[in-house]
Design a protein around this ligand. Structure first.
Ligand SMILES: Cc1cc2nc3c(=O)[nH]c(=O)nc-3n(C[C@H](O)[C@H](O)[C@H](O)COP(=O)(O)O)c2cc1C
Length: 187
């Protein structure tokens, strides 16, 4: 069982990182292997909207023509059972690095008959560390985009600075729960 964590924050001591680390604690306790990347540290260029019609070759071919760290992350996603997308809330929305990465990921997966994301579970986490506004709206956008990317979205977690401490035990339990391979399939 492999769980991949993608952080949209560059602060390795921040609350998004703290949330990730707490889920990792639970997941590793339950036997998972984990790996984390901080998106702002990587070379991730924005989508160039190739071709006059705006579609580009990525829709059918499943890879981006730009040579950056995008394909490395897509390979990591493909090797994972679960991917946790954790972003700080900026302007009531996802962080720029998370948005830029998902902009490209949906390009190669949304209309691909055999997307690289198929059958992989996803969890979204939005950490609003100011007044707390925007955690829910960011989660709504993130859930919709992850579904567009064809993940099986199994949980969305809004957190505010004001309730961060009380959510930590829940995050650790979430890590343990992920190892049970939950799916969104109806009973
Ligand atoms: C550009 C920017 C925009 C932000 N916008 C919001 C916001 O809309 N709502 C909110 O509650 N916090 C907002 N914040 C605060 C961040 O959500 C907060 O700093 C968060 O803890 C960052 O996560 P980190 O500690 O993992 O870096 C903003 C911070 C920045 C830098």
């Amino acid at each position: 069982m492999k769980i991949l964590f993608l952080s949209g924050s560059r602060d390795r001591n921040g609350r998004t990182a703290g949330s990730i680390q707490t889920i990792i604690t639970g997941a590793e306790k339950a036997g998972a292997k984990t790996e984390s990347f901080f998106l702002p540290e990587l070379n991730l260029q924005h989508c160039r909207q190739c071709d006059a019609n705006g579609w580009g070759s990525c829709r059918k071919e499943g890879h981006c023509v730009v040579e950056d760290d995008f394909q490395m992350l897509v390979n990591k996603i493909q090797e994972s059972d679960v991917v946790v997308f954790a972003t700080p809330v900026y302007f009531r929305d996802l962080s720029e690095s998370m948005k830029a990465f998902l902009d490209k990921l949906r390009r190669i997966s949304a209309f691909n008959p055999d997307p690289k994301t198929k059958g992989i579970s996803a969890v979204g986490l939005c950490m609003a560390g100011g007044g707390g506004g925007g955690a829910i709206s960011a989660c709504m956008y993130l859930e919709s985009t992850l579904q567009m990317c064809r993940f099986d979205v199994i949980d969305m977690i809004p957190i505010r600075r004001q309730n961060f401490e009380i959510k930590l035990p829940m995050l650790e339990l979430t890590g343990e729960w992920l190892v049970t391979k939950p799916t969104s399939a109806a009973e």
